[in-house]
Design a protein around this ligand. Sequence first.
Ligand code: DAH
Length: 338
Amino acid sequence: MLNDLEQLSAAARAELKDAADLDRLNQFRVNYLGRKGVLTQKLNSIKDLPPEDRRQAGQALNRVKKELEELFAQKEQELQSGAQAKERGQKIDVTIPGFGLQRGSRHPLSIILEEIVDIFQGMGFQVEEGPDAEDEYHNFGALNFPDEHPARDMQATFYLDGGLILRTHTSPVQIRAMSKLKPPLRVICPGRVYRCDADTSHSPMFHQLEGFMVDTRITFVHLKGVLMEFVKEFFGSEVKTRFRPSFFPFTEPSAEVDIGCMICGGKGCSACKQSGWMEVLGSGMIHPNVLKNVGYDPEAVSGFAFGLGVERLAMLRFRIDHIRIFFENDLRFLKQFY
Ligand code: DAH
């Protein structure tokens, strides 16, 4: 029986080597290793041997069976991975369109801000920036806000630990830029600002663009000329505008500019609070106290300043009636802009 076994083992190995596919391999398993396979039969017949031969025969049979089982497992793996590769190869359909890359798009506020900056740069203005976390002096004091001025109110301003606040407007950048630079100046300062305020046209965080011009003999005519030029470039020459007298501590005289509401065409809607007009910017001649605070001589130089709301302009341009939609990150909205 042991002589037989070596022959059997050699034949089995040769057959295994030749097995070219999983069907043939399965046949091999049935023939040799299965319940009715040759090896199993031989193991079952050990009991018919004389007792002194059983042990040796059992060990030899088990060794061969184990070797063949290992070789079988190896071959099975080889054939399976080959079959998978073949299957994969057959499944590639080169005519199916690819997935492509999802294109991002620019945020509508970025588009508008870039456009605004571009218009002012065209008129010779340079860009300056300042910090979002500002001190009270730059945000209020240097801008001629009296200590008890209501704009400093806790309810409108975010106070931070350590005496800083989140700037409530971009006007403090006027102070920083004027302290750093010398006239003649034409400067714009875009940035985020923060107030405890929220309704259809107010958000706790929004964007402003500050601008100012300082030189000898700058008058209200320059202010009006620059702002009207901007409005015409941004909205087109047909747009309706009005200058309204106003008050800001850091300008004297002061004016606000309203644009005929383009969302409702002037009839009145929620965005313009039924007035038909939307306030888009504040402006005025820089107050002599502000010029003094940055070390300028108000007798020698004068200037105008303005601050405009970027969201307001974007709402008018895109005819959007609620400010909140800019910050909800809804792709269905954002993807309409690029
Ligand atoms: N800082 C003002 C605000 O946030 C806007 C403003 C008004 C800025 C008049 C100016 C200005 O520079 O001259 O409401």
